[in-house]
Write a protein that binds this ligand. Structure first.
Ligand code: MG
Length: 300
């Protein structure tokens, strides 16, 4: 069975025809937020509606890592390797230290509560960037229905200075975000206001200047079928995005060059494994994994 669809010949060397798409865990409701811990040889991911973070260890399988998780969604790691998490339920971004203690990174802006932080990245300078759409407070499925106090924005936190700034304010609902390997670009998905079928859903690209100033912001790529929720980049700057029919590989010029075909709707991906050459895919009820001839951005 073919797990790949090649749309441009540049994609041929990215994949191996004999690599298998494996379902490594299943039985969840809506999985998101994959993050690889190479030093612990495990994958963490969120099972959002069931209010828990799961841990998958090769050869051992899946167990509960944290429950309740405050309806955690996206995760990443900071420069020290600590877990950074977006929590719908507590409407905050947290950091989990290696000893398990939890510190709040952000839960408000200008005196108002955040909506429901969705996805997060850490830049090499230690700043923490996250999106804050309203999906986690509009229904009781992925959090608790509650009042929206702020527009859906993208924020940057400097944890050393203790500052938070709204850096992108012209999104309907920002969602996945990721830097290019050399951090000269920031990609941010807009997935539109909830229950609005006419919403424009696309990935925008920003130039990251000195002092982290953003400019540009044109549409980089529009996923079809489905839309981009979460994504990650490989070391050569190709963007691997969630889509309704699998994972789409978009090159730095914004062109779709190939797909990994997945039998469930994909929400997000992350690179992991021994050489960061495996792609872990969160897809509705299951986690899938496939080996690629690519390596993810080493961060941290
Ligand atoms: Mg998301």
């Amino acid at each position: 069975m073919a797990f790949f669809e090649v749309l441009d010949k540049s994609f041929v060397s990215f994949v191996m025809g004999n690599a298998t798409l494996k379902q490594i865990a299943t039985g969840f409701d809506w999985v998101e937020g994959p993050v690889w811990f190479g030093d612990a040889n495990c994958l963490l991911f969120s099972d959002i509606p069931n209010n828990r973070i799961m841990r998958w260890i090769p050869g051992l399988g899946t167990s509960v890592f944290r429950e309740p998780s405050n309806f955690a969604n996206g995760h990443t790691r900071d420069r020290q390797g600590r877990l950074i998490s977006c929590e719908h339920g507590a409407r905050r971004v947290t950091r989990t230290a290696h000893d398990g203690s939890i510190t709040v990174i952000a839960d408000s802006f200008e005196g108002k509560r955040l909506n429901s932080p969705n996805d997060v990245v850490v830049k090499s300078d230690g700043t923490i960037w996250f999106t804050d759409p309203h999906y986690g407070i509009m229904t009781n499925y992925e959090g608790q229905k509650s009042q929206q106090e702020l527009p859906c924005q993208v924020y940057r936190v400097d944890p050393d200075a203790g500052t938070i700034e709204a850096v992108l304010t012209d999104f309907a609902c920002p969602n996945g975000l990721a830097f290019s390997p050399d951090e000269d670009r920031l990609y941010v998905a807009d997935t539109g206001v909830i229950f609005d079928d006419s919403a424009e859903r696309h990935i925008r690209v920003f130039d990251v200047g000195p002092d982290n100033r953003l400019s540009g912001g044109e549409v980089f790529h529009t996923i079809s079928v489905g839309f981009a929720d979460g994504f990650r980049l490989d070391r050569d700057g190709n963007l691997w995005s969630s889509a309704a029919d699998g994972v789409h590989c978009i090159n730095r010029d914004g062109e779709l060059i190939g797909k990994i075909l997945v039998p469930e709707l994909v929400s997000n991906v992350c690179f992991g494994g021994r050489a960061k050459h495996q792609l872990f895919i969160t897809a509705t009820t299951s986690i899938y994994m496939i080996s690629l001839n690519r390596e993810g951005v080493q961060r941290p």
